[in-house]
Design a binder for this molecule. Structure first.
Ligand code: ZN
Length: 111
C-alpha cells in the first residue's frame, strides 16, 4: 500500500498518486511526500492497536461518568467506595492510554 503524507497538516492519503489537493487543508499535491515502505508499514500495523486503545478510552470515559453518577446517588458508603475506586481506576488508565498514544505518534505509529 502506498501512503502519502501532507507536509502541511499530516493528513495521510492512500493511493498510487497523491490527491490533487489535500482533503483536509487544501495544500497542492506537491506538498505530499511518499512515505517509505517502512514508514507505511509502521502506520498500517499500528492502526488496529490505536483503534483498540481508543475503544478502551471510550469505555473508560463511560465508566467515569457512571461512577460519578453513583457517587452523586449516594445510596450508602459501600456504593460510594466502589464508585470512587472505579473513578480512580478509569482516570488513571485513561491517562496511561493517552500517554501511550502520544508515544505512538512520536514513533510514527499513527496515521
Ligand atoms: Zn494537508
Amino acid at each position: 500500500m502506498v501512503l502519502w503524507k501532507c507536509q502541511v497538516c499530516n493528513f495521510v492519503f492512500e493511493g498510487p498518486q497523491p490527491p490533487d489537493k489535500c482533503p483536509k487543508c487544501g495544500a497542492p499535491k506537491e506538498q505530499f511526500r511518499q512515505l517509505s515502505e517502512q514508514e507505511a508499514e509502521l502506520i498500517i500495523r499500528s492502526r488496529k492497536s490505536n483503534y483498540l486503545h481508543m475503544r478502551a478510552l471510550s469505555l473508560l470515559r463511560e465508566l467515569l461518568t457512571v461512577a460519578e453518577e453513583i457517587i452523586q446517588d449516594n445510596l450508602d458508603p459501600p456504593c460510594v467506595k466502589i464508585a470512587s475506586e472505579e473513578k480512580e481506576f478509569a482516570s488513571t488508565t485513561i491517562q496511561k492510554i493517552v500517554a501511550e498514544l502520544e508515544s505512538h505518534m512520536k514513533k510514527g505509529k499513527w496515521g
